[in-house]
Design a protein around this ligand. Structure first.
Ligand code: TZP
Ligand code: MG
Length: 220
């Protein structure tokens, strides 16, 4: 819930535009060490999504990711840990619906960080839109093994629907791989996020470089 009163102007409550230049391929990784591997391949935006660390090791990982992202001129979104993202000076924060219940959205905006929000259905898209975030992520587009998902995948048809009705920076996520990325790019989404297709590839650098090209040649 917003806490400030008095000088608060709702019209100015909009998060950083993180889409110029366009986000394009948006790898979601669990360790800072991915950043120097992926950023030189034309990857301009990366999300650090750490689910297995706490305390000092977590802080060290986030610090290191922020440092590397700055060195590589890459926009780094920190998943979940919005307070650390503010404190340590990340580019942005990525939050799920449950995080919105507790995160201080105004503090994130006032600190000048970008904000991405995950959504899975109409209600969540409407809720996310009300925060005027930097982008809205829609998923899962396809079935995924990377996260337990009770939601029925949108498929291309559902994703195209969201593209049509949402005049807003849109990120597609969930089950996107080599055989699907061109079709997803053709829907006109602004970013294509993925975990396993890159992080579990035999040659992640080659895959990421190919995906950057596939997005560029197929984007609507
Ligand atoms: N949110 C929606 S789907 C998903 C998340 C975090 C997992 C995406 O992983 P993958 O391996 O690209 O399907
Ligand atoms: Mg979360």
């Amino acid at each position: 819930c917003l806490t400030s009163q008095g000088d608060f102007a709702l019209e100015s409550f909009k998060f950083t535009d993180c889409n110029s230049p366009a986000m394009g391929l948006y790898p979601v990784v669990d360790r800072a060490s991915w950043i120097p591997r992926l950023a030189p391949l034309g990857v301009s935006t990366i999300q650090l999504r750490v689910k297995d660390l706490a305390d000092e090791p977590l802080i060290d990982e986030i610090k290191s990711a922020i440092k590397l992202a700055k060195q590589h001129n890459c926009r780094l979104f920190i998943n979940d840990y919005w307070q650390l993202a503010i404190k340590l000076g990340a580019y942005g924060v990525h939050l799920g619906q449950e995080d919105l219940d507790t995160a201080d959205i105004e503090a994130i905006q006032k600190a000048g960080l970008a904000l991405g929000i995950s959504t899975h259905c109409h209600y969540e898209v409407a809720r996310a839109h009300s925060y005027q975030p930097s982008y809205i992520a829609c998923g899962p587009v396809y079935p995924t093994d990377s996260k337990v998902m009770p939601w029925i995948p949108h498929d291309l048809q559902g994703l195209s629907y969201w593209r049509r009705v949402l005049n807003y920076p849109l990120t597609a996520i969930g089950g996107i791989n080599r055989s699907r990325i061109a079709d997803v790019a053709k829907t006109g989404v602004d970013a294509i996020a993925m975990i396993s297709a890159i992080t579990q590839a035999d040659d992640p650098e080659q895959v990421a470089a190919d995906f950057v090209k596939l997005i560029n040649t197929n984007k609507a």
